[in-house]
Write a protein that binds this ligand. Structure first.
Ligand code: ATP
Ligand code: MG
Length: 199
């Protein structure tokens, strides 16, 4: 064994001890709340990646797409024939396109009311609230209502919330918070959003 191999073995042994200790410490079994926020690309695609994981094990999943609906997205169609997936989509496009607060509020409330029973259904393993932070920001739905639904959800249900600038209250309540940093984005360099990559 070279010096480097020996050092590597030692480092890995140490790493294993740390990981094993952490694994032994994590003994609570329950669904979690995940917030994926930040200005970088990867929030919605991360949520859909987790949807794929859950569906892969045969779990039931519900996805609520706030904002989207005026714009197609490929990931939704992959699972279109999976009976374990249900989707609520807002009928309007992006908020800066509709420019109508009253219509946006109605559209948001419609999908939110569809989502509430999903957050009460113990058979649903995962609920995704995609782009929900904007609904809260614009006041289309109430933070208190969302918090209550999250707190009263079935014990084994996990929820993923996405969107930029996730509210402090959400971040504090969540078990896992990831912030995707915008290091650079092709669009800002004049490259068009690409089908199958950006939507
Ligand atoms: P994705 O759906 O690709 O995971 P996202 O959910 O993190 O992206 P959103 O803020 O929801 O990002 O934006 C949706 C669209 O805007 C996507 O087409 C995405 O590629 C694009 N986008 C995301 N981040 C940026 C950015 N920093 N600059 C420009 N466009 C972005
Ligand atoms: Mg998104």
């Amino acid at each position: 064994m070279t010096d480097r191999d020996t050092r590597h073995k030692k480092a890995m042994q140490k790493r294993k001890e740390i990981v094993d200790a952490k694994v032994a410490q994590a003994d609570e079994e329950r669904g979690i709340v995940i917030v994926i926020t930040g200005n970088g690309k990867g929030k919605t695609t991360s949520a859909w990646g987790t949807v794929a994981r859950s569906l892969g094990y045969g779990y039931k999943v519900h996805v609520t797409q706030f904002i989207k609906g005026g714009w197609d997205c490929g990931e939704r169609d992959v699972f279109a024939n999976d009976d374990n997936l249900s989707i609520s989509t807002m009928g309007t496009g992006f908020t800066w396109e509709t420019q109508n607060r009253q219509l946006d509020t109605e559209a948001c409330q419609k999908v939110w009311q569809e989502t509430i029973p999903k957050l009460q259904d113990p058979d649903i393993h995962l609920v995704v609230l995609d782009e929900v932070t904007y609904m809260l920001k614009y006041g289309y739905m109430e933070m208190e209502e969302l918090m209550e639904a999250l707190k009263n959800r079935p014990e084994n249900q996990s929820v993923i919330l996405t969107g930029r600038a996730a509210q402090k209250q959400l971040q504090e309540y969540a078990d896992t918070v990831s912030e995707v940093q915008d290091v650079k984005h092709a669009f800002n360099n004049g490259i068009k959003a690409r089908k199958g990559i950006d939507w």
